[in-house]
Design a protein around this ligand. Structure first.
Ligand SMILES: C[S@@+](CC[C@H](N)C(=O)[O-])C[C@H]1O[C@@H](n2cnc3c(N)ncnc32)[C@H](O)[C@@H]1O
Length: 317
């Protein structure tokens, strides 16, 4: 209750969605601050900005305990998948061969790498683990055994381009958001109302070489922005086409990871090289303007109310 000029109590009118216009991320850095954080490498015991073409299980043993800030892991599907199939609706000669699949015990394989992940994560670190529904049980079990807590069960909404006759079309992928310490993990809320459904499309340039499983960069950038700071190290045990490396580099973060398939080395190195450090990082002022402009399009009645109530508010840092 608030009092008007006559001292009478009046109920303040509730206008839905106003908060969307005034929202600011918990933390945000100017371009200069982000660059300075990136260039200050004193905190990292690892030789960062590298992708090692070897088995991640053996490779991770060389990584220092509690040394990475964020993990993005998109493991092999554990289905009979060669990486060259038609399901992604693309020209086969542009798809790189020798995707490595797990033919043995997927549960044991997952327990092995998940345990290592937990060890190398800093105390406040989190992990985004991608999984199809076929092995979700194994992934959830391995996370529990590794003492990682599921904070959110996100869904990546995506149509894989398959057609079904007698069942629903699979149009999602699971993304587990896991924390090492459920009471103290880094989370920079970047939107007022961040849903657990992630809706990002795969974008392919005509004629571009790729691996059949490449994730959208925007999807990984989203995870990186919510769960790390500029200068942090983002680790990926299953780099594939190095989407994590590209996304991290484009946002002033360092990357580190493994990929078993040596056929990918040349194309991956070219892909990472083509990205300039910090190229997709948006300044704090621009970010606030974006938040405001998205809210303006999404909530026109709240915007009209704000305009009448005192002119258009400016998004200020
Ligand atoms: C689903 S794909 C990752 C795709 C990646 N997120 C991207 O956007 O390009 C999984 C990758 O893990 C690799 N892989 C399989 N077993 C591995 C292992 N033991 N160590 C390292 N990489 C492995 C596969 O060759 C494949 O490239």
């Amino acid at each position: 209750m608030v009092k008007n000029v006559k001292g009478e109590k009046s109920r303040r009118k509730y206008i839905p969605n106003i908060a969307n216009f005034k929202f600011k991320p918990k933390e945000y850095w100017s371009l200069t601050e982000a660059k300075a954080r990136y260039e200050n490498l004193t905190d990292s015991p690892n030789n960062v900005d590298q992708i090692f073409f070897e088995d991640c299980k053996a490779g991770m043993e060389k990584i220092t305990d509690r040394s990475v800030d964020l993990v993005i892991a998109d493991p092999p599907f554990g289905i009979d998948f060669s990486g060259k199939e038609n399901s992604y609706n693309r020209k086969q000669d542009l798809v790189i061969d020798s995707y490595r699949e797990i033919k043995s015990d997927y549960g044991q394989f997952t327990e092995d790498w998940m345990g290592q992940i937990q060890r190398i994560m800093k105390p406040q670190a989190t992990a985004y683990v991608f999984s199809g529904w076929n092995h979700l049980e194994d992934v959830l079990r391995a996370a529990r055994l590794a003492k990682l807590t599921t904070i959110n069960h996100l869904i990546w909404k995506y149509q894989f381009g398959v057609f079904t006759k007698n069942k629903y079309v699979t149009s999602h992928y699971h993304v587990l958001f896991l924390a090492k310490n459920k009471n103290d993990y880094y989370f920079n809320k970047m939107e007022h109302y961040p849903l657990d459904i992630l809706d990002f499309k795969r974008k392919y340039k005509k004629g571009e070489v790729k691996n059949a499983t490449t994730l959208p960069i925007e999807l990984i950038q989203h995870c990186i922005e919510f769960s790390s700071k500029p200068g942090d190290t983002v680790f990926d045990p299953f780099m594939g086409m190095a989407t994590t490396a590209v996304a991290a580099k484009s946002l002033w973060r360092h990357y580190l990871g493994f990929e078993y398939n040596t056929n990918l080395k040349r194309v991956v190195e070219k892909r990472v090289e083509a990205v300039s450090v910090g190229q997709d990082y948006i300044s704090k002022e621009e970010k606030l303007r974006q938040i405001y402009s998205i809210a303006k399009d999404k909530y026109p009645s709240a915007y009209e109310y704000l305009k009448k109530a005192g002119g258009e508010i400016n998004a200020k840092s």
